[in-house]
Design a protein around this ligand. Structure first.
Ligand code: FAD
Length: 389
């Protein structure tokens, strides 16, 4: 067993750290002030992503991506996680499902998305369908050779940075026929209802949309009828690793800030780190981070070694659950160590505290991850999580 990072992995992590320090972190204050990344900044940031060599980090070279391994992507995403206000999303990750498109769809959507010339957002969630996507009410019906889409979608992240939407709909209203469709913006029948504010400030919006008799050519279907979940399964794994990487990076930044502060802040005649209650918090934070990082790198490594797909799915759920909850614990302690300063919006720890709360909700809530883990134990035994292989 060799647990050492390769020179390439180390170089990518270092480059990503410098990119965050020089390009994204300076935009945190501005993004907080405006509630999102101002439109005027977006083209320059997009160009910076290309210049620093981070365009298309999650796709194969054959599709215009960088062809990185999962561990290489992970060390980059970990650095991006240090950045507040969702600015990590400036480094685009075109939806995985696009790689299953036709040759024409790959040329029209995936290749330009890898280059940052196009951007897609993903619309599954609805007013009555969250954790249970079988309750999706958006329908797709084939009429006179064209698809007609009707429904309402919520929480569509990065809608205002995207020029197309991947819409999850049920063909003929049948939950056994979940199917994906590519909707170019603007489209007749597509209405942006509103983009509400959320607990975090985020680089882009989370929109609510109405689709009303929206007509689509047959070639705008992505994959086959009923393949909606099959095509997004790989995305779930990727998204869960990405969340684990971000929450890890966020926790590390908060821990570093708290550790520095504990050494310099003097009360009752000595640095506060000399109080055992403070030092024990730092110890618990370090141990929590240590465990989450070991878990994350191991699963990324297993993916690169083409471990069994079902095993990877099972472990990615455990990882997402553990990492998102770990970051909540660590950042809460960091804020406590900072006292009143930790509660100030200008302090990155305050922003990290709000930012990472959603990681226990999106891409499958903590409760849903526990259901997955429990189901795997029931089906395949404890070994899924306790064996090394
Ligand atoms: C900021 C943000 C961005 C998002 N971006 C997107 C996006 O880009 N595209 C998109 O499609 N969606 C997006 N989502 C939606 C997100 O995926 C859902 O919020 C999430 O899946 C949970 O669904 P819900 O909010 O409807 O909660 P619900 O499913 O209604 O759950 C409510 C509560 O009940 C619990 N619960 C539900 N079922 C069970 C069960 N079987 N057992 C135990 N507990 C259960 C949940 O864990 C939760 O605590 C986003 C959400 C947020 C907040």
């Amino acid at each position: 067993m060799d647990l050492e990072l390769s020179p390439r992995e180390k170089e990518l992590a270092q480059r990503a750290r410098e990119f965050c320090d020089q390009v994204l972190i300076p935009l945190e204050g501005l993004t907080s002030e405006h509630g999102e990344l101002p439109m005027e900044q977006r083209a320059a940031v997009r160009q910076a992503v290309r210049d620093w060599g981070f365009a298309g980090i999650n796709h194969a070279k054959a599709h215009g991506g960088l062809g990185l391994t999962m561990l290489e992507q992970t060390v980059i995403e970990e650095q991006l996680g240090r950045v507040t206000n969702g600015l990590w999303s400036c480094v685009w990750r075109p939806p995985v499902s696009l790689k299953f498109g036709t040759a024409a769809q790959i040329e029209e959507y995936l290749r330009p998305s890898c280059q940052g010339e196009r951007r897609g957002c993903f619309a599954i969630t609805e007013p009555n369908a969250g954790s249970d996507p079988r309750r999706v009410e958006t329908t797709a019906r084939l009429e006179n050779g064209r698809w007609r889409l009707d429904g309402e979608k919520w929480f569509v992240t990065s809608y205002n940075a995207s020029d197309f939407i991947i819409v999850h709909a049920h063909v003929d209203g049948d939950p056994d026929k979940p199917t994906l469709f590519l909707v170019d913006k603007p489209a007749e029948g597509l209405t942006h209802l509103r983009s509400p504010r959320f607990m975090h400030d985020f680089a882009f919006d989370h929109a609510e949309l109405r689709l009303e008799d929206l007509g689509l050519a047959p070639e705008k279907m992505l994959g086959g009828i009923g393949q909606g979940f099959e095509l997004t399964k790989d995305w779930f794994v990727e998204a869960r690793l990405q969340i684990a990487s971000h929450t890890l990076g966020a926790a590390i930044r908060a821990a570093e800030i708290a550790n520095d502060y504990a050494a310099s802040r003097v009360q009752f005649g000595r640095p506060i780190r000399d109080f055992q209650s403070i030092e024990f918090m730092l110890a618990d934070m370090a141990v929590d981070i240590f465990a989450a990082k070991s878990m994350l790198y191991r699963i990324a490594w297993e993916i690169d070694r083409k471990a069994d797909r079902k095993l990877i799915h099972a472990r990615a759920s455990a990882l997402k659950l553990h990492s998102s909850e770990m970051a909540g614990r660590v950042i809460d302690k960091a804020l406590q160590i900072l006292g009143g300063r930790g509660y100030m919006r200008e302090n990155p720890v305050e922003r990290l505290y709000r930012d990472i709360r959603v990681d226990r909700i999106w891409e499958g809530t903590s409760e849903i991850q526990r259901l997955v883990v429990a189901g795997q134990i029931r089906k395949r035994g404890m070994g899924v999580y306790t064996d090394w292989a």
